[in-house]
Design a protein around this ligand. Structure first.
Ligand SMILES: C[S@@+](CC[C@H](N)C(=O)[O-])C[C@H]1O[C@@H](n2cnc3c(N)ncnc32)[C@H](O)[C@@H]1O
Length: 181
């Protein structure tokens, strides 16, 4: 169990443009140790379904759900003692904020799509940048989680996996008891 626990809030999903990148945010959140992702913006059953079927195959207890009121969710998270970390290239450098962020018990990492409403900047305990250059929510989230957990998440084991890989220098090896593609 990694500590502090991290939930991810993905803002502003657009069905026509963001299917792939929102799915990748969810996959990165899961693989890098977050407990859940909440998707806001346009409701997209196909993303919810594909993440839940991946969890079913690859194990663990990661959850993915739709959040219709992200600002209210942030307010409630904060009043329940959580810390909000908004990832934005306008923020303070990650290395500067990490020591304080690490003292939190539970974290909500907020990532955007297009323009993030200013109220999220105001509500955040930390507006944090992963470089001050524009790149991607997938990259920002993965670097944030990896730095937060000091790479411990790279050796996570996912319970009840139907698929598990045996790392190999060449070729594709799956656990014998588990079916491969
Ligand atoms: C297409 S970018 C938009 C860039 C955005 N205007 C911003 O504030 O970072 C979508 C999301 O990627 C994340 N992001 C992009 N570059 C980042 C950076 N250098 N540091 C932290 N987060 C970043 C933010 O969560 C942002 O909302």
């Amino acid at each position: 169990m990694l500590s502090p626990s991290v939930s991810v809030l993905r803002l502003g999903h657009r069905v026509s443009r963001d299917k792939r990148i929102t799915t990748h945010c969810a996959l990165v959140a899961r693989a890098f140790g977050a407990e859940r992702i909440l998707l806001s913006g346009e409701r997209d059953e196909s993303v919810l379904k594909s993440v839940s079927s991946l969890v079913n195959e690859w194990g663990g207890s990661f959850s993915c759900s739709y959040e219709p009121s992200p600002l209210k969710f942030c307010r409630d998270f904060k009043s329940s003692g959580g810390t909000i970390v908004h990832l934005t290239f306008y923020g303070l450098p990650l290395s500067k904020c990490l020591p304080k962020i690490r003292s939190s018990k539970k974290i909500l990492a907020v990532i955007g799509a297009e323009k993030v409403p200013f109220s999220f900047y105001e509500l955040a305990d930390f507006n944090v940048s992963v470089t001050s250059q524009p790149h991607s929510e997938v990259a920002a989230l993965s670097v944030f989680l990896d730095r937060l957990y000091s790479s411990k998440e790279l050796s996570l084991d996912f319970s009840e996996a139907k698929r598990r890989i045996i790392p190999s220098a060449m070729g594709k090896k799956f656990h014998p008891s588990i079916r491969s593609h």
